[in-house]
Design a protein around this ligand. Structure first.
Ligand code: AVJ
Ligand code: FE
Length: 447
């Protein structure tokens, strides 16, 4: 039994601490009444997330990474059933006999102490879960996923501003880039990863690496902006039946949606509310549109004479460098994201204007593929050829073949540890409480 190498051990501890810092910041931003309140039936009360994060770490890490062959009792097996996301739909979580906020925080601290003791004492022992520190990376990623979900809960919360962050950087390139597209020649490229090297934390649905053939296509150089989306609204976009799929029309008419989530029309202009702060759309016109569902993205694309990209096209654009023929980790190359390359980690609590991260663009000139907004794609959720659930089928496999649409690219709410270009996100096509936007595509005519 040997320990992980020092640099890996330090990195794992650091990723866990970063995730926890953000969980605490989002939980501590409101009082206990607000922490235990359900701000929307689509979301858990925040103190559920806090204890669920701890319970996942208890279940997968403390009980299973302890040296020895078997599974150890861990910290609180008795409450697993309360924090099982699969058997407890979000709407019903407030009715469960949950830990109160101080108990939830204490559970998180106790579990984390055990985690760090185990990390200090033991390393890989042949079990796949422990290989290259995978389970620590998985748990840090899981916590960061809930950190993004908690941020979405904050967005739905009504009341005075509770979160504060500096504004995103300005863009000098916005006017030049809005509405432009970039030709991609297509061809064969390697999609997905094998969870080795720099991508050891890749989750089961990103594996295995496999070749795919891509037809030539054009892709929006930047995501569709608020300003562009407002023109769609002003052109009667939400009342023109022919622009919507049957399911999309049913959704907007049933819900009475006339604009993206948080938008309102007042005195002849559009406004939105961003974490409790009202903003004129005119003032954020160059930012990617946020909080649209798949159907809204799809209708806009029809209005614009375009379509949404497929998941294959998106990953090709984000990873493939046609000049060298290489598949890379990020649009800018193989280096990890930095604040100069992408809007991630909740550094800013809104997307940056398009073109604000020129150093993060792809070799062909596609901007903001990583960070800012999740991008809706016209693809359903399926496993790659050779998919194997790991370590549990409720992460991805149970959702394959369902009524989901894929999203790629990460939002400003995503932790860097999750911001891989192979990372696959999905949701129902009617959901828009997530930090979702989109960009346009079209097939090349003379392929
Ligand atoms: C990958 C974002 C769809 O939040 O439902 C969190 C992530 N899985 N805990 C979700 C997840 C288990 C998941 N998404
Ligand atoms: Fe979870």
């Amino acid at each position: 039994m040997s320990r992980y190498p020092d640099d890996l051990r330090a990195r794992l501890a650091d990723e866990l601490a970063t995730a926890r810092g953000r969980t605490q910041a989002l939980a501590d931003a409101v009082d206990d009444v607000e922490l235990t309140r359900q701000h929307s039936p689509l979301m858990s009360p925040l103190h559920w997330d806090v204890a669920h994060i701890a319970n996942m770490e208890d279940f997968w890490l403390v009980r299973r990474a302890t040296p020895g062959d078997g599974v150890t009792p861990g910290v609180r097996e008795d409450i697993d059933h309360l924090y099982d996301a699969f058997t407890n739909p979000r709407a019903g979580r407030p009715q469960l006999p949950l830990l109160d906020p101080s108990e939830a925080r204490a559970y998180g601290r106790t579990v984390r102490e055990r985690t760090l003791e185990i990390l200090d004492a033991a390393g890989a022992d042949g079990r796949p879960l422990l290989e290259d520190g995978f389970v620590y990376g998985m748990i840090a990623q899981h916590e960061q996923q809930h950190v993004e979900t908690m941020l979405a809960t904050h967005q739905l919360r009504v009341g005075p501003k509770a979160l504060h962050a500096p504004p995103p950087p300005a863009s000098e390139l916005a006017q030049e880039l809005i509405g432009t597209e970039v030709f991609h020649p297509g061809g064969r490229f390697t999609m997905g990863v094998d969870a080795t090297g720099a991508d050891v934390f890749a989750l089961d649905n990103e594996r295995p690496a496999h070749p795919v053939d891509v037809e030539p296509f054009h892709l929006g150089a930047v995501p569709v902006t608020n300003g562009e989306y407002a023109r769609f609204l002003d052109d009667g976009g939400y009342s023109r039946r022919e622009l919507w799929s049957d399911a999309g029309w049913d959704q907007i008419t049933a819900e009475g949606w006339v604009a993206p989530m948080t938008w309102e029309h007042a005195d002849g202009a559009w406004y939105r509310t961003s974490f409790g702060e009202r903003q004129a759309i005119a003032d954020v016109a160059d930012q990617p549109v946020l909080h649209v569902c798949f159907h809204e993205a799809d209708a806009y694309a029809r209005w614009a004479g375009r379509r949404l990209p497929t998941e294959v096209e998106w990953e090709y654009a984000a990873r493939f460098d046609p000049a060298s023929g290489e598949t890379r980790r990020f649009p800018w190359g193989d280096d990890d994201p930095t604040p100069e390359l992408a809007n991630l980690d909740q550094r800013h609590l809104q997307p940056a204007p398009v073109g604000a991260y020129p150093k993060g663009a792809s070799p062909l000139g596609v901007h903001q593929l990583v960070g800012d907004v999740w991008e809706w794609l016209d693809s359903g959720f399926e496993g790659y050829p050779g998919f194997a659930p790991f370590p549990y089928k409720e992460y991805s496999e149970v959702f394959f073949g369902g009524d989901f649409r894929m999203l790629r690219g990460s939002s400003f709410g995503v932790g860097s540890i999750n911001a891989r270009t192979t990372f696959r996100n999905w949701d129902l096509p009617i959901r828009r409480q997530i930090f979702s936007g989109f960009r346009l595509a079209r097939s090349a005519e003379n392929a």
